[in-house]
Design a protein around this ligand. Sequence first.
Ligand SMILES: [Zn+2]
Length: 353
Amino acid sequence: MYQIPRRPQPHTGTKNTEIRSLVKNYTSNSELQNISLSHPKLPPFPPWTSTSDFIDLSIYDLFFGKANTPETVYRSLYQEKINHLNQFTKILTDGSIFNGSRGCAIIVNDDIYRFKLPNSFSIFSCKAFAILGSLNITAQLDLDNVAIFSDLKSVIEALKNFNSPDSIIQQCQSKIINLNLSKKVKVIWIPSHEGITGNELADREAKEATTSGIDLTHQLPTTTADFKKTTKKHIYDKWNTRWSNGLSHLHKSRKNIYEPRPHKQRRMNQCAIIRLRIGHTKFSNGHLLTKSTPKTCPACNEPASVSHAIESCSELNQLRLQYKIPNQLQNTLNDERHCLQLIKMLKSLELNY
Ligand SMILES: [Zn+2]
């Protein structure tokens, strides 16, 4: 008789509880708890609002990348742009992450404004905040026509998107639209490269701001995107510390969690590499499942194991040389090419992995 399948019950097992408590433990950090989150609002302008008046990516459109464009070309493009803007006050901006601290600098004529920003800010937010600061200064000093320069294209592109959930970008858009009612405000992309004097100065000042800028570290809310990145980094760092202090089989083959994983291999090889890394292979542990006698090394008759095949067995020295496998467990298992060679060697020994 047909039975109605039962709805899957939520997991309440010990493993799930353990994971939950780990996540709670990993995120219960004073640094994370002190972060105040910004609340993105609905964009105040319809998505079809035109940005062509205030966004200028013309130098980028003529730019073929650092490697393909001679320094003189973008320097002259920049100079040409400056010459066209002789009626505008030029504001150079930059953001920086230096020695783990964040800052941004705004240069208006001969005045330099430096701000030290929260540690949760990404480079995107640092540079976006520099534009926001420039707009505030424009309003406060009642400057007429203003050209704000930034070297991060993604920030300028974001300013074109009226659906952006980023609260700093939303504030910039709102201010630009309002300022443009009575004056002209342009945001212009310039290449970040040596050779453009103002840009170099902004870069140096932004680095300086990470230590000596006006401290805004406790006053500015963090965007949701930056909070996610900070939390992820924090969890990864804690995981890595736990990993480095661990004694698992996997730790023997992977020094840290940041090393790339075997993902380009065929699935069969991926499985084999993972089995070799954790030390649980058919030839070393298969007898536990089949209740047969443990396998021995075909070269010396000692009990067969992954570490025996890679390190301990002196009878296999010649074969390891032939397959170019280093006599060290970590070096072999950390390197996918060595792992594949090891698989070939085990095949030749008729050891089923
Ligand atoms: Zn042996």
